[in-house]
Structures are given as structure tokens and as C-alpha cells.
Ligand binder design. Structure first.
Ligand code: GTP
Ligand code: MG
Length: 186
């Protein structure tokens, strides 16, 4: 039995808490706080008008990918004022899923940079808001200037199977990267 830590990151309201919640086999630990008038003008709710809460510390969940691999999922807070916690949250992780809301792709620049800077393997999950995937994967890759080796997958954070597929892609990619580094080919 092996376990691994995976971080679920991304911009404000990209669907991180939803992602962890739809796949976790335990009741996920969440740290949601109500969005209040104090955030007006700071946190943009135009894209997610029904969003009533925001993560102020982390999400935590657990999922078994198969009989001998358990993933512990740590969702980051999305608001910029809480990003100081990301360094602690990623400690010991084998990799990350960066969730992107393709209607606001620019919010993904900072999370992508964060993992690039630290050399932590990440995959990008294009979360289907409005049930649509408006951009082609290669266009997103160009827009975010992401290396062609980094997997970019379509996903729906509300769908367990879709989330699980994104996690499998993440784990396979992290293992590949690990082997490549060990063999000096990365
Ligand atoms: N249509 C659609 N809505 C989604 C999807 N994922 C999340 N949502 C909705 O979008 C809003 C934001 O979801 P959260 O999971 O709270 O996002 P988050 O990234 O954890 O947000 P912060 O922690 O505040 O950064 C919620 O109202 C969700 O119900 C999705 O795949 N499709
Ligand atoms: Mg959240």
C-alpha cells in the first residue's frame, strides 16, 4: 500500500473545493467561509454568481486510485491574499492539478508559475463551466506558455469519474517525471 499527496490548485473559484469533494471517499475537510460584502470589488463573482463561500485555508480529501494507491488531496485557497499558505500546502506533494476556468484563463498564470518555479510536476485541468469546453487544448497550451510535455486535460470538477481521470493523469505524469529525473533524462 502506497500513499501520495497531491495538491489541487488554481485561481479563485476555479472549482478546487468542488473537485476534492466529488472524488473524496471520506467527508472532505473544508474550511469554507461565507463571501461577504467586504469582498465586493476584490473577489470577482461575475463568472460564478452562485458562489457563496470561499476556501480560507485548505480542502482535504482522500481517494484510493486502486487497491494499493491512496491519494491524499490538498486543495489550496484561491484568493490571492491566502497564497502565502501554498508553500506549506505543497510540502511533500508528488505533484499538482492546476484547475483552470477557461473563461478566465489569465487567473491560471500565477498557479502555473508557482509549480514551474518549484519544479513540481503539474497537470492542467480545464474545468467545464457552463458544460462547455470553449478552447482547444493546444490553444490553452500556447496561451499559458506551457511546455508540450505537461498534460492538459478536460475535466468537470463535479463529476467523480472525470476528476479521477485527471488524478490518474497526474500520478502517471509525476511517475514519468520522477523516472526521467532519476535517469537524468529530464
Ligand atoms: N458549471 C460548473 N460549475 C462549477 C464547476 N466546478 C465548480 N462549480 C461551481 O463554481 C463555484 C466555485 O466552486 P468552488 O469549488 O468553491 O471553487 P474554488 O476553486 O474552491 O474556490 P476558492 O476556494 O474560493 O478559490 C461553485 O458555485 C461551484 O458550484 C463545474 O465544473 N461546472
Ligand atoms: Mg475552494
Amino acid at each position: 500500500m502506497t500513499s501520495a499527496k497531491i495538491v489541487v490548485a488554481g485561481g479563485f473559484g476555479a472549482g478546487k473545493t468542488t473537485f476534492v469533494g466529488s472524488v473524496s471517499e471520506i467527508v472532505p475537510l473544508t474550511t469554507e467561509a461565507m463571501m461577504t460584502d467586504a469582498s465586493t470589488g476584490i473577489d470577482d463573482l461575475a463568472a460564478t454568481p452562485n458562489k457563496a463561500t470561499t476556501t480560507v485555508a485548505m480542502d482535504f480529501g482522500r481517494v484510493s486510485l486502486d487497491e494499493d494507491l491512496i491519494l491524499y488531496l490538498f486543495g489550496t485557497p484561491g484568493q490571492q491574499r491566502f497564497w502565502f499558505m501554498w508553500d506549506d500546502l505543497v510540502r511533500g506533494a508528488i505533484g499538482a492539478v492546476v484547475l483552470a476556468d477557461t473563461r478566465r484563463l489569465a487567473d491560471s498564470f500565477a498557479p502555473v508559475d508557482f509549480f514551474e518555479d518549484r519544479g513540481l510536476p503539474y497537470v492542467v485541468g480545464l474545468n467545464a463551466f457552463d458544460g462547455r469546453q470553449p478552447h482547444r487544448v493546444e490553444d490553452v497550451r500556447d496561451a499559458l506558455a506551457i511546455d508540450e510535455s505537461v498534460p492538459i486535460v478536460h475535466c468537470d470538477a463535479r463529476e467523480r469519474e472525470s476528476v479521477k481521470q485527471s488524478l490518474i493523469t497526474m500520478v502517471e505524469y509525476a511517475m514519468q517525471q520522477w523516472v526521467a529525473r532519476r535517469d537524468g533524462t529530464a
